[in-house]
Write a protein that binds this ligand. Sequence first.
Ligand SMILES: NC(=O)c1ccc[n+]([C@@H]2O[C@H](COP(=O)([O-])OP(=O)(O)OC[C@H]3O[C@@H](n4cnc5c(N)ncnc54)[C@H](O)[C@@H]3O)[C@@H](O)[C@H]2O)c1
Length: 250
Amino acid sequence: MEPSGYAGRVAVVTGGNRGIGLECARQLAQAGARISLWARDAAALERAAQELAPLAQVHTAVVDIGQEEAVRGAAADTLAHFGKVDVLVNNAGILGPRAPVQDYPAEEFERVMRINLFGTFHCCAALVPAMVAAGYGRIVNVASVAGKDGNPFVSAYAASKAAQIAFTKSLGKELADKGVLVNAVTPSASPTEIFGALDEARKAALLANVPMRRFVEPEEVARLILWLGSEACSFSTGATFDISGGRATF
Ligand SMILES: NC(=O)c1ccc[n+]([C@@H]2O[C@H](COP(=O)([O-])OP(=O)(O)OC[C@H]3O[C@@H](n4cnc5c(N)ncnc54)[C@H](O)[C@@H]3O)[C@@H](O)[C@H]2O)c1
């Protein structure tokens, strides 16, 4: 992406205070976008905003994306601050517990769905009207290869990511003639905080299915999102873009 590729654009990145979201926000800022970071932790948001401040104008919203009213508030605040939103990266998400399905607490299953799936839905519902009114928008949903292949003991996570992919396909078709393109990315494992501390056995298990036999770096995922969030992505919508080191078979 040319440094000026996002000149004049405003991008919201949920969960933009760390991991893949922060890297994505950094690359968007370097490419010229103004940034709104949305996440739950005010102190972490402030640290991320200070880190990005030399690169771009940065706005922050403290919001739990699983709460509809809070998301509507964050959207109104961001639109009042910048006057528009061109790009929405639905990146915030949680893994939830690891447990066999018979031991999986129903309330935890619901929490994973509320944040990963309903969070994506709430953010889209809150910002799509402004994008449609402007006749331009790019939405990128950060799903996971787990949503295509499934992963043992994280059934809630995999189900939420599969649902996020189906949501992406539906919304992409819904908005295809409105100038608003909606796509998903499906990374394999990346060394961020989502897993907590990883011992060697867990690392080996995570890499066992990845033909390239390594983790994907947040920078690599962010580069794909950067393209999908840009005007250069002009004829793809409702699509799922793999970035799994060869793991995905469809
Ligand atoms: N790291 C991986 O291996 C991997 C692989 C595939 C997909 N993903 C997806 O990438 C996305 C980013 O994850 P990451 O790896 O950077 O992990 P991470 O744990 O470092 O980041 C997750 C971010 O989401 C935010 N968040 C969580 N719940 C929230 C809520 N209710 N409201 C607002 N913000 C909330 C966190 O504050 C954090 O900023 C997630 O959707 C994850 O499922 C990650």
